[in-house]
Design a protein around this ligand. Sequence first.
Ligand code: HEM
Ligand code: HEM
Length: 219
Amino acid sequence: MSTEEEDGGTPAAETVRVWDPLVRLFHWSLVVAFTVAYLSSEEESALHVYSGYVVLGLIVVRLIWGVVGSRHARFRDFVRPPGEVFAYLRGLASGQPRHYLGHNPAGGWMVIALLVSLFVVTLSGVVLDFAEGGGAMAAAGSGVAVIATARADEGEYGEYGEGGERGEGGEEFWEEVHEASANVTLFLVFLHIAGVIVSSLLHRENLVRAMVTGRKPRA
Ligand code: HEM
Ligand code: HEM
């Protein structure tokens, strides 16, 4: 099995293993958790906070895996210098992009952009949650969250602004950061999906299937 991870492994095999199970589980769990967090963001629900924490946990695991994980999961494998990114994009524009087994150089930077913006969204969400008096741990079942929410509804934590006690300036700031970074992330997700479609067409390979099965046709 171990030779499957090498580009020049056994010639008889028609496919090669690219994405390890952790990367695949990470990706599709992220898609679900992000979607739930985004769709539940309108009202301040426990679902939003929980799904947001799942996203945060996934990001942390992926950051660690980017250092110690399998070959194509490592940042070292797919974070390329700008020259290589431009060379790849030029190839893309001429319809003959160089083929990479792992993330291509443009896709690699998109992965970094997604991880960074998801990190900003989730951390600002945590700050906001605590600023509003909920706090994830409180939401975890002690009932404190219910009280905090009730207080917030009464305006104690600043819904009604002006003379409030709890430094709404800071809270508003984090609310802005949270909302703006959520929208930036959504924009990046659209670019990401567009990039996956374009690369799949130009390379004539199904990248989505590869993220499900972990395998790509041997080039
Ligand atoms: C249904 C929609 C989606 C599809 C079809 C999709 C597809 C893919 C594919 C095919 C890859 C591998 C790209 C490659 O071969 O280089 C990938 C990677 C990635 N996608 Fe998505 N994606 C989707 C939604 C999302 C969303 C919503 C997020 C984040 C909120 C996301 C974040 C990522 C990240 C971080 C990676 C890098 C994976 C890793 O190396 O661990 N994707 N995606
Ligand atoms: C990928 C993860 C997340 C996304 C996409 C996301 C997105 C959003 C969006 C779009 C809003 C609405 C902002 C507004 O209209 O004011 C919101 C509100 C909120 N989010 Fe998140 N969020 C995420 C993670 C989290 C996390 C991890 C927490 C806390 C632990 C959190 C806590 C909150 C709170 C407390 C609000 C209500 C803010 C308010 O209007 O008072 N979010 N989120």
